[in-house]
Design a protein around this ligand. Structure first.
Ligand code: CAA
Length: 259
């Protein structure tokens, strides 16, 4: 496994890669290098058939306190226009396999946005989510305005982005931002277990499902249903579909091969 400065990358379970943000002294602030390291790790994982799901965490104490404010402060208009970070965010968003975020502590600004790049968020019951960028004279710059409103709805998204107020884990759960709460000491373990469960499913079906589910944010119902039918048809050509259906009828456990 390659050595990184700002993240730790390891295998967490069969077919599961874990990325842990590793800038504890800066509360895992997402400096450009950290985003680059995540993007490069995911690019490599995308083309590695042995990897089927990713756990993304900031560790036990904090998920991430947002963009690195020191870096932001150093950017003038030209710097913002030519910033490399949007390109890294795009690569993270385009990762085709499932990402499970395990959020302990704060997920603020870009930290909340990074969590929303995951497909499922598992959070500690004392985690906190916020988009405090307004306090810095800016606004969420990594998809926060668009993903948050889709996740939690207009009133809460407006409150978080316009007033900069944070929400607690329970609110994040009931509003739909988070899938599940756990005690803090169990968050990463639960995310790993969920990732392992998904990694044991037929990978082509998982990939198609993630793709079509996310398209729901970009398309109307009719177009989305056509995409679903297309994906359903594509899977008819896979060995794993045959295996899944046969195993059910033969009352045995399926052995999926990713073909
Ligand atoms: N960028 C850079 N450094 C940060 C940081 C950030 N986002 N957040 C924390 N740090 C640094 C602090 O400067 C401090 O460094 P020093 O020890 O060298 O002074 C260290 O991390 C510890 O911070 P605190 O002493 O403040 O720790 P705390 O536990 O008391 O508070 C916190 C933690 C509530 C997260 C607080 O640090 C905080 O409010 N941070 C800023 C949160 C924020 O505004 N995020 C939005 C950033 S903008 C953005 O994300 C844009 C975008 O959409 C992409």
């Amino acid at each position: 496994m390659a050595d990184f400065e700002d993240i730790v990358v390891e295998h967490a379970a069969d077919h599961v890669l874990q990325i842990t943000l590793n800038r504890p002294k800066a509360r895992n602030a997402l400096r450009t290098n950290l985003l680059r390291e995540i993007a490069e790790t995911l690019d490599a994982a995308a083309s590695d058939d042995a990897l089927r799901a990713v756990v993304l965490t900031g560790g036990e104490k904090v998920f991430a306190a947002g963009a690195d404010i020191g870096e932001l402060a150093a950017l003038d208009l030209k710097g913002v226009v030519e910033d490399a970070r949007p390109g890294y965010w795009q690569r993270i968003a385009e990762f085709p396999k499932p990402i499970i975020a395990a959020v302990n502590g704060y997920a603020l600004g870009g930290g909340c946005e990074l969590a929303m790049h995951a497909d499922i968020i598992i959070a500690a019951d004392d985690a906190q989510f916020g988009q405090p960028e307004i306090n810095l004279g800016i606004l969420p710059g990594a998809g926060g305005t668009q993903r948050l409103i889709r996740a939690v709805g207009k009133p809460l998204a407006m409150k978080m982005v316009l007033a900069g107020e944070w929400i607690d884990a329970r609110t994040a759960l009931t509003s739909g931002l988070v899938a599940e709460l756990t005690p803090r000491e169990a968050t990463i373990e639960r995310a790993q277990a969920l990732a392992a469960t998904i990694a044991a499913k037929p990978p082509m079906a998982v990939r198609q499902a993630k793709d079509v589910l996310l398209k729901a944010f970009d398309t109307g119902l009719g177009a989305g249903l056509r995409l679903e039918r297309q994906a359903f048809t594509i899977l008819a050509a896979t060995e794993d579909r045959q295996e899944g259906l046969s195993a059910f009828m033969e009352k045995r456990k399926p052995e999926f091969k990713g073909r």
